[in-house]
Design a protein around this ligand. Structure first.
Ligand code: FAD
Length: 463
């Protein structure tokens, strides 16, 4: 864009938002230059900070008229590079559009501005004995708008589904400034197309989410946690199916750790210790939530004893306190600390048909060990929802990209998803065709063209 056109654009944006909310040059700072991914950081040309849907609508109408590309920024915790600015982009930050607009205890819904942190929403629900069943380690920084835009997952997907399953309604501003107010609060509503689905998980490419209506759940009173040792992957599958049958909807967590992951965390994470005397090929962390604490504890124990007697598990320890449970979770969550110690890694978040995950893990390890000297690979994942994380490393930074490519190609061959929860963003764009057909991608492009004809919203992300 020519200098004169840029200054005309910035003048129009400033008269709309006020000078304090159009950050330029030194005021942009590092804060808006990247998300948490390894995408190359780049400060945007300017940062716009609207405080209402109307202001955002006016801003988008101006950017649309000037064909000015923009990047949408929520809490900037994304891991796919979608919120990291590209050359020439202006950032729109949702940071001033925050707060809870309504919490309807009777209807068990909450309406919030997109820039509100997930943690704020979780705490507000708990204050009235309700529960927002979405949780991720980035809770204190990520925004509900970003969670919905990326269709975030987390730890309780096995019971409550991903972010998509929690959204009843949305308000969205389109690329040309049109406001789509679809703030539905009804569970049943088949009146026409369910438009919100277009915007959930499309990573800000089709519209900017401004407000979200969320479905809440009753708060459950008791949590029961166990750590188990298993002999092999078929036993992991058998245990999952048996517990789904025996615990029904009460099972909220089924986290699997392969022995190499478990051992690495125990050896390298300060404070992490194994509560077992022996080592096992697989470890499963089980979480079960109920509303009748005493009866639920007895049921939890008897179901696990039955699995031990049947030989599905070799060993099992039930947490006797919240401290015990925290110690079990410390092993599962040890990946955060481990990643800081492993050096350069290829860290992949993928999904696969559950029956194939054991075989996939073995074949991938064999292939990578043939191709790369000193290769180590660690596997763990939510598994109950098909999600597996693979962290591969050799100590050499130049190996991380080809290793990532090899993993993606094998995911394609196994009919898996190249991203389970973090999204495509810019980092996995070239692999989208490994998980989606040509016709699916062509339809995505037609939708994009229809909703954003100048291609100004999150250009170059996803498709
Ligand atoms: P941002 O990073 O700001 O943006 C992410 C994408 O959404 C970008 O493409 C951006 O343009 C778009 N976007 C943001 N806000 C809007 C909006 N209002 N309207 C339209 N588009 C928008 N993810 C999981 O799914 N499960 C996990 O368990 C998980 N754990 C994590 C743990 C850590 C420590 C970290 C750092 C990240 C983790 N993530 C996880 C990834 C990340 O937290 C999620 O993707 C989160 O939903 C992103 O929210 P955000 O507000 O930070 O979005």
């Amino acid at each position: 864009m020519r200098d004169s056109a840029l200054s005309e654009l910035l003048k129009a944006l400033t008269s709309c938002l006020g000078a304090a909310n159009v950050l330029l040059d030194n005021n942009v700072g590092e804060r808006y230059a990247s998300d948490w991914s390894e995408a190359v950081a780049l400060p945007p040309k300017a940062v716009l900070r609207p405080s209402s849907t109307e202001q955002l609508s006016d801003v988008m109408a101006i950017c649309h008229d000037h064909a000015q590309p923009i990047v949408v920024q929520g809490g900037l915790t994304g891991l796919a590079g979608g919120a990291t600015p590209q050359a020439g982009e202006i950032s729109i930050s949702l940071e001033r559009m925050r707060g809870i607009e309504m919490l309807d205890e009777a209807g068990m819904t909450m309406t919030a501005w997109a820039g509100t942190t997930l943690q704020e929403l979780q705490e507000a629900a708990l204050e009235v004995d309700l529960y927002l069943p979405l949780d991720l380690a980035a809770r204190g920084s990520c925004n509900i708008g970003g969670n919905v835009a990326t269709n975030a997952g987390g730890t309780e997907v096995i019971r409550y589904g991903m972010a998509r399953a929690l959204v009843l309604g949305l308000e969205v501003v389109l690329a040309d400034g049109t406001v789509i107010s679809s703030l539905n609060t009804l569970v049943k509503n088949n009146s026409g197309f369910d438009l919100k689905q277009l915007f959930i998980g499309s990573e800000g490419t089709l519209g900017i989410i401004t407000r979200v209506v969320l479905r809440l759940q009753p708060r459950l009173l008791s949590t029961h946690t166990a750590l188990c040792g298993l002999p092999d992957y078929p036993a992991v599958l058998a245990l999952l199916n048996n517990l789904k049958r025996d615990f029904g909807a009460g099972m909220t967590g089924f986290e699997v750790m392969w022995d190499n992951y478990y051992r690495s965390v125990i050896q390298q994470t300060p404070g992490a210790t194994s509560p077992f005397q022996s080592e096992y090929p697989f470890y499963v962390l089980i979480e079960y939530k109920e509303n009748a604490p005493v009866a639920a504890a007895a049921r939890f124990e008897s179901v696990l004893c039955e699995q031990l007697e049947k030989g599905v598990m070799i060993d099992a320890l039930i947490a006797q306190s919240s401290q015990d449970a925290a110690k079990f979770w410390q092993i599962r969550d040890g990946i955060g600390t481990l990643l800081k110690q492993l050096g350069p890694v290829s860290n992949q978040d993928v999904s696969l048909p559950i029956a194939l995950i054991g075989e996939f893990a073995q074949e991938l390890e064999t292939l990578l060990k043939e191709r790369y000297a000193n290769l180590e690979i660690l596997y763990f994942g939510h598994l109950g929802d098909n999600n597996m994380h693979a962290v591969a490393y050799t100590g050499r930074i130049e190996d991380t990209s080809p290793i990532g490519e090899d993993i993606m190609q094998m995911i394609g061959r196994y009919g898996g998803a190249v991203t389970a929860e973090h999204g495509i963003g810019v980092l996995k764009k070239k692999y989208l065709s490994l998980s989606r057909t040509d016709n699916e991608i062509a339809l995505m492009k037609r939708l994009k063209q229809a909703l954003d004809p100048h291609d100004i919203l999150n250009r170059g992300r996803v498709i």
